[in-house]
Design a protein around this ligand. Structure first.
Ligand code: PPS
Length: 570
């Protein structure tokens, strides 16, 4: 474990053990309690071990954590704005004692590091959300993570690095802080300005980075986050190909691209400070902070969580102790008369400004509409179109839900046949009964088993959708939150269309084609949906179909029309 002092960026921690010490610890770790790191913890540990989170030497202990939450300072007073904590289950924490070591493993079971436990405590995660993100609103991705996904117990302690997490993608673009500093030195880059991004870069971003570099007479590091970003963002594979295309439009020898495996929290101002410290550790002298830096968007009431320029203000407040200089920027807009991007505050009166918002850009991609050259380079757009084709070429899941005997299977079958007749995409039918026979034969009808059944359907549907096919699902799916989970599973890879087959219970019972309602009434079948088990009516489905007085053909036709209006078929 070493501290490197380099001309770029001050003291840099390196928490990896070397040589014999490493071999011994690897051997010892076989007997330690072992924790499988979550995807976010894996990102954090990589940046802890390689010094990107210097001066941290491990996951925060209790005193440091409380200081960071309260006033962005470690117990010794050092500025550190973001809690970096190891959350574990109660069950795992139960046997642990301070002074003991634990082994930390990646998804494949490789032992990345060991941690000497200093503290074990149960944090008040609601209070943490309030202190760090200024809200308990679960629309904030980090608050949602904290309150709904993270584990309840924190374990703090010093790390000893054994094997760095492995990446198989874009190896040529991944650098540790030490490697980055060495590269800057080798190229005699005395001043380097870093640009943080989690989005594809278009011409406005390019102009902004040009201006920033010119303004402070520095070289440029394009430093996109490829760890975890905001849910719904464009995947990093696509983005990196876009950055590589864009890089060709920068003057040679001035600019470089490197990927940062950071798990963002979307923490706005605090996150901007954190980003600046990380870039200092990578050897940068300057850091660009634009409008809404690391902003999580709007809260549940439609108001932005943070002010557009709050991040710049907070970084300015701490300018003296940061060790890296901020280059603040306003939003860039395209001025048509000048055929040029300029910061919004430099637009003269009467000049016509053009802008395409992120939402509008996504709409144009989705509908295969034109994206003007002033907005983005054609080769960048081409990369985006490859993985984000218009809706009529995307896969989608058609999810029917409704009571037993409501007509789900009949309509689903008819829709399947109509889609096969069109022949545009491959279609798979995951009907309730088919799934129960082939995927979920061991399951019953308790809430737990129904949820498991639906999540299995969701998993298969998401795979089909991601690969451009159509998955038609027709289970009862009585619980709203499980249907929502399926939607969340599917939408990153394509479309999700929920159809509520809203045939009233009396009609379903009257039909009773399988004789199940009679048995349910007689108490022979327990937990029967609608009779002795709940059905939560969908609140916001894409389509509601009631089969009373409607032929299956007509109901299927309504679904097809809906798919057309949503753009999934032409
Ligand atoms: S769920 O709740 O979504 O997991 O149900 P699903 O997989 O769609 O299975 C429903 C079919 O199983 C038959 N069946 C029951 N349904 C509801 N409740 C109970 N207790 C039950 N027991 C058996 C029933 O025939 C359902 O088929 P459909 O096609 O919906 O009529």
């Amino acid at each position: 474990m070493t501290d490197l002092i380099a001309p770029h960026g001050g003291v840099l921690k390196d928490l990896y053990l070397a040589g014999e010490a490493c071999d011994t610890e690897r051997q010892n770790a076989r007997d330690y309690p072992s924790w499988d790191l979550t995807p976010r913890q894996l990102c954090d540990i990589e940046l802890l071990l390689n010094g990107a989170f210097s001066p941290l030497e491990g996951f925060l202990g209790k005193d440091d954590y409380e200081g960071v939450c309260r006033d962005m300072r470690l117990a010794d007073g050092t500025l550190w704005p973001m809690p970096v904590t190891l959350d574990v289950t109660e069950e795992f924490a139960k046997g642990l004692k301070p002074g003991e070591s634990i082994a930390l493993r990646d998804l494949e079971g490789v032992n990345c590091a060991t941690l000497v436990v200093s503290d074990i405590w149960t944090p008040d995660r609601g209070a943490e959300a309030e202190q760090v993100y200024g809200t308990r609103d679960e629309k904030h991705p980090a608050v949602d993570y904290l309150l709904n996904r993270s584990n309840p117990v924190y374990v703090g302690g010093r790390l000893h690095g054994i094997d760095a997490p492995v990446h198989y993608d874009f190896k040529h673009l991944r650098h540790s802080p030490a490697e980055m500093r060495t590269m800057f030195r080798k190229h005699s880059w005395r001043k380097v300005v870093a640009f943080q991004t989690r989005n594809p870069m278009h011409r406005a971003h390019q102009e902004l980075t040009f201006r920033a570099a010119r303004q402070v007479e520095a070289n440029l590091l394009i430093h996109p986050v490829v760890g975890m970003t905001k849910p719904g963002d464009i995947d990093h594979y696509t983005r990196v190909r876009c950055y590589e295309r864009l890089l060709k439009h920068y003057p040679e020898q001035t600019t470089t691209l490197s990927l940062l495996p950071l798990a963002m929290r979307m923490g706005g101002p605090r996150e901007a400070l954190w980003h600046a410290i990380i870039r200092k550790n990578y050897g940068c002298t300057h850091f660009i902070v634009g409008r809404d830096h690391a902003g999580p968007g709007d809260d549940s009431n439609g108001k932005p969580f943070y002010g557009h320029y709050d991040a710049q203000e907070l970084v300015t407040e701490h300018a003296d102790e940061l060790g890296i200089e901020m280059v603040p920027f306003k939003m860039m807009v395209f001025v048509q008369d000048r055929a040029q991007f300029v910061p919004a505050d430099e637009v003269s009166e009467g000049e016509q400004v053009m802008n395409i918002s992120g939402t509008e850009f996504r709409r144009r991609l989705q509908e295969g509409l034109e994206i003007p050259h002033w907005f983005s380079y054609p080769e960048v757009v081409q990369e985006l179109r490859k993985t984000h084709p218009p809706r009529h070429r995307q896969g989608f899941t058609l999810f029917f839900t409704g009571l037993s005997g409501s007509g789900k299977s009949t309509i689903a079958n008819a829709v399947m046949v109509k889609l096969m007749e069109m022949g545009e995409r491959r279609v798979t039918l995951l009907d309730g009964d088919i799934v129960r026979k082939n995927l979920s034969s061991e399951l019953g009808f308790s809430k737990e088993h129904r949820d498991l059944n639906i999540l299995r359907i969701g998993f298969v549907a998401s795979e089909i959708t991601k690969n451009g096919g159509v998955a038609i699902c027709a289970p009862i799916a009585p619980y709203a939150s499980t249907r929502r989970q399926v939607r969340e599973l599917v939408t990153p890879g394509g479309g999700f269309v929920e159809v509520h087959v809203a045939t009233p219970l009396e009609v379903c019972e009257q039909r009773d084609r399988k004789g199940l309602y009679a048995k349910a009434r007689a108490g022979i079948i327990k937990e029967f949906t609608g009779i002795s088990d709940p059905y939560e009516t969908p609140e916001d489905p894409e389509l509601v179909v009631d089969t009373v007085g409607v032929t299956p053909d007509h109901a299927a036709h309504r679904v097809i029309v809906k798919l057309e209006s949503l753009g999934y078929i032409r």
